[in-house]
Structure formats: C-alpha cells, structure tokens
Design a protein around this ligand. Structure first.
Ligand code: PEP
Ligand code: MG
Length: 579
C-alpha cells in the first residue's frame, strides 16, 4: 500500500481499479531481420492494415447507429490514411532496404509523417495529424499484436490515471465508465478539474508520480476531498474510508436540508445562489441542489470533440432547453471562451508561448465575428423561451466591451430585419477576470447590466500563477490581500453604478470564502451545483453585519495565509453544530 498526495480537484471518495491512459509514443525498438523474413514482414504489415480497416469500418457502423451518419463520416479520413500509397510504399521499400522489423520501420515512417504535417502552414492539413496519429496507433497495436483500447470500450468502472488530461479528454469521459481520475500534473482550477466536478466524479491532480507509481488494475482509493490516492489499500484502510464516506454523507444530509430554503442571512439580506454548468445535461443536478438560476453556462465545451462547428440551430436548441428548464430563474450564457487550456481542433489557434495571455475568449470572438454572431443569434433567439442573460469573457478594457456590444447590436439588427423575435431587453454583462478590468470596473460599469467576477483567471493573472501548474499551486491564493482588494473594488464600482455583481469563479463555491464575499456585498454566488446546499447553509447561519465585520477584519490582514487562518476559524465557529 502506498499513498500519493496531490491537489484535490473534485470532491468525493471512490474506489476502483486503475486504468492508465496516455498519449503513447511510437516507441518500438529496431530488430534486425534476414532477407528471407522480408515477405513475412510484408505479410504482417498487410494483415495489420486489413485488420485496422475492419476495426474502423466496424466502429463507423456503430457510431452511425448510435450518433448518426455525419459523426461516422469522421472516420472516412482514417480510412484514407490506411489507403495512402505513399505511406505503404515507403514502409515496404525501407523494409527491403534496411532489414529491420516492420513495426519499427512503420513507427519511423509515422513519426516522419507527423513531423512533416506539424510544420504545414495550412490549418486544415495540419489537423490531419490527429487522424494520422490515431490510425497509426491502431496499425501499430495490430502489428505488435496488442489490442487498441479506448475509454468507450470500458465495461467496468475504472479510475483513469494519466500524466495529463486536457479538458476535451475529460469531456470525452462523459457517460463512460470512469468513476474518478488521477493525473501527474494540473491545478485545482484547470478546466480539467472543473469538468470533473460537473461530471460529479472525484479527481486528484498534480500528484507528480501517479503514472510512475501506479500499474494497470492496481486498486485505488481516490479521495478528492483531501487530494490523496491510496494504491492497493489494505482492508483496514478501505474500512476507514468507507466510514469517512458515511460521515461525509451525514454532513451533506444536514446541508441538503436547507437546499430549497431562501438564501438569506439571519438579519434578512438575501443573495442569489446559482449554479455553473458546462453541459445542458447538468440541469437536473442544478435543480436537485436548489440553485436559483445558472450564473455561468460555459459554452465552449459544445465545440469540443467534434470536427465541425456547432450550427446556429444546435446552439439554439441547447440554450432553449436550458432556458425553459430553469424558468422562472435566469440563465447567464457566457459567450465562447476558447483558448487558454481549452483548445478545440476546428480553429486555427497558432501555437502560443503563453496561451492564457494569448488569443483567447473575447479576443478570438472579436477577430472572428462570423463565428461569434452564430452564437449571439442563437442566444437572442432562445431568449424568448425563458430568462436569458449573456456575458462576455475576459474583457480587459472598455474598447473591447464596446466592440463586443457593437457586434451584439449588429446581430440584433440583422434578426430584426429578418423578422426574428427576441428579448430586446436581454441583460448583458462582463466577466471581470483580468486585473485591468478590475481596476477600471468603474468605467466598465456604465456600459453593462451586471458584472460576474471570474476569480479563476483573476487570481492567476493578478498573482502571476498559472492555474494549471501544480508546481506553483501553493502561490494560487484566493485570500491574497491583492485579490481581496480587487474584489472589494469591483463590488463597490458595480454598486456605485447601480448594477448587480456576481461571482462565478471557483472561489464562490469554497465554504471558507463565503463569509468574506457575503460581507463584501456580493449579490450572486455561482458555483458547481453540489456545493450549493453547503454555501446556502453558511449564508443562512450568519447576520450580514457579522459577515461585514469578518470582511473588514480580513482586509486588514497582510498575507493570504493570515486571511485563510482567520476565515477558517470564523467558519468553524459557525459550523460548530455540523460536524
Ligand atoms: C473564471 O475565470 O473564474 C471563470 C469562471 O471562467 P473559466 O474558469 O471558464 O476561465
Ligand atoms: Mg475565466
């Protein structure tokens, strides 16, 4: 039994067998062969090609049945790679020339192809790397006699163990038999961690050594609350964790008891408590946990794991569904926030040295109004079916906000000319997640209906700490005085201008911070649905006056650690009856 420590990324405790996945490299060692073996090696290669072809056609049929013809056609590109004469001939001629095993020769040719394609300027052609890699791996597995496994083949619940997972990998786990995941790298507010929360599976990231220390099928306890992974636990440890799970369920039950009560302090100040979602399928969970609306609908996941762009109608159907389901509560749709750690293959995102500081979010949308307008049209059209609001991510100054609003006005005008109706008074907000926006919140406030503070980015940008990097995770401090002062400034600027202000960064759903945020005057807290009952419980347990005092005292402290210790002790006093 060994214990690995990492960063708790998504709460919950689970036990299951390890299933390691990785971006396998084509590492096949060269083995000399005799001249006489060449025909046999060619035969092996041809058999591997035929087998791979059969597998892909089978997969294509299955996908056509389950998802539709269009999705199945994605694999046409894979079949084309299999038939590529140049690739096949190069393997055979090198085999004859070099007298090395065919698996090695093939892996070398494949590497060369990938290398050539990765240097191509044309983004469409560069995209073919994904197909070449995918088919290449399949052929190699067949050549080496290994089975090619994907997450969708899983028959039993497993804990996925990987060096790293991108948000799109995590989205692909949706509806698969994955009960938790563990990674070597990554941070608490990376989108990979955020998706784990929305899938309601425990996750521990940033363990550094998980892939080195864990073997396939090792039994794992994943404690997503403490950020601990126990490898091959003994009976007593399993029993201890079971008890811990029971205890946590008991505590959760106490919080759940208040889920449908008003979110109001003991002296009558009400605040709105809303949910963050990434997929429309989360709406039932949002309702079960007692949210009074959706404060952040991250729409970019809609664009992932597909080869085309979502059409206006696809956007519309999703937004209409969420709007109708949540009515009479409101739903804030955040416009496309692509980039940073969220990449999707359809777009040409040039390799960026600093993706979080690069061409992302509103910057991308302003440069591609054609793509932006498709989403805006759908939001506007869906606004008739409930209470929709929209907000722009990553606004850094007033010019950007004005440009976005200009495109919105143009879109409204186009719809009017086409005779399409929409809610003309739809509220428009700006996310405040860039320090320059936080410092000029008074200027921005006059041009929007609300603000939503995105602390995940605000913290990373103001403290210069990459939110996805476990090595600097210790510096990622929501309680840093600089962060608290910025939040105070944003809330004051909003209130002075007569607009409301919410927070949809993960900070809003952390119990420890609820009292300070309440005391600073935040109007809406938006968070992963599962934590709503607990935050509601905390807010209902204090007076606004108490929270204001706590916020004032916290603002007088000089370091993040001091603030953290202070607010934890205040919270303990309030939750004294719960544990
Ligand atoms: C944030 O930055 O706090 C936020 C809510 O947006 P995202 O996590 O999607 O960047
Ligand atoms: Mg953000």
């Amino acid at each position: 039994m060994i214990e690995l420590r990492g960063i708790p990324a998504a709460a919950g405790i689970t036990i299951g067998p390890a299933y390691k996945i990785g971006k396998e490299e084509f590492v096949v060692s060269p083995q000399p062969i005799n001249q006489d073996d060449i025909p046999l090696q060619i035969q092996l290669f041809e058999e591997a090609l035929i087998k791979t072809r059969k597998e892909i056609i089978e997969l294509q049929k299955q996908i056509a049945k389950e998802m539709g013809q269009e999705e199945a056609e994605i694999f046409d590109a894979h079949l084309l790679v299999l038939e590529d004469r140049m690739l096949i001939e190069e393997v055979i001629s090198r085999l004859k020339r070099e007298h090395l095993n065919v698996a090695y020769i093939f892996s070398e040719v494949l590497k060369k192809y990938v290398d050539v394609f990765s240097k191509i300027e044309d983004s469409y052609l560069r995209e073919r790397i994904v197909d070449i890699n995918d088919v290449g791996r399949r052929i190699l597995h067949n050549l080496l006699g290994k089975e090619y496994k994907t997450l969708s083949d899983l028959k039993e619940k497993v804990v996925v163990v990987a060096h790293d997972l991108s948000p799109s990998d995590t989205v692909a786990m949706h509806k698969q038999n994955v009960c938790a995941f563990v990674t070597d790298i990554g941070g608490k507010t990376s989108h990979t961690a955020i998706i784990a929360k929305s899938l309601e599976i425990p996750a521990v990231v940033g363990t550094e050594h998980a892939t080195a220390k864990i073997k396939n099928n090792d039994m794992l306890i994943v404690d997503g609350n403490a950020g601990v992974v126990i490898v091959n636990p003994d009976k007593q440890t399993i029993e201890d964790y079971r008890q811990e799970e029971e205890k946590l369920k008991g505590i959760a039950g106490r919080f759940l008891a208040v889920k449908d009560l008003a979110c109001v302090t003991l002296d009558g100040r009400s605040v709105n408590i809303a949910a963050n979602i990434e997929f429309p399928e989360e709406v039932p969970s949002v309702k079960i946990h007692g949210a009074e609306g959706i404060g952040l609908y991250r729409t970019e996941f809609f664009y992932m794991n597909r080869k085309d762009l979502p059409s206006e109608d696809e956007h519309f159907q999703a937004y209409k569904y969420v709007a109708e389901q949540m009515y009479p509560h409101s739903v804030i749709i955040r416009t496309l926030d692509l980039g940073g750690d969220k990449f999707i293959s359809q777009f040409e995102i040039p390799r960026q040295m600093q993706p979080f500081l690069g061409w992302r979010a509103i910057r991308f949308c302003l440069a591609r109004p054609d793509i932006f307008k498709i989403q805006l049209r759908a939001i506007l059209r869906a606004s008739l079916y409930g209470k929709l609001k929209l907000m722009y991510p990553m606004i850094s100054g007033i010019e950007e906000l004005r440009q976005a609003n200009k495109i919105l006005e143009e879109t409204k005008q186009e719809l009017k000319e086409e005779g399409v109706s929409f809610d003309g008074d739809i509220q428009v907000g700006a996310m405040i997640e860039v320090p320059s926006a936080a410092m000029t919140a008074d200027l921005l406030a006059g041009e929007v209906d609300f603000f939503s503070i995105g602390t995940n980015d605000l913290i990373q940008y103001s403290l210069a700490v990459d939110r996805t990097n476990e090595k600097v995770a210790y510096l990622y401090e929501p309680t840093h005085p600089a962060v608290l002062r910025m939040i105070k400034n944003i809330i004051e600027a909003a209130h002075n201008a007569g607009i409301w202000v919410g927070m949809c960064g993960e900070m809003a759903g952390e119990p420890a911070f609820a009292l300070v945020l309440l005391g600073l005057g935040l109007d809406e807290f938006s968070m992963p649905p599962q934590v709503i009952p607990q935050i509601k419980y905390i807010i209902r347990s204090v007076t606004f006056k108490q929270a204001q005092d706590i916020a004032q005292q916290a603002l007088r402290l000089s370091s993040g650690r001091e603030v953290e210790a202070f607010i934890q002790s205040e919270l303990k006093k309030i939750l004294v009856n719960v544990n």
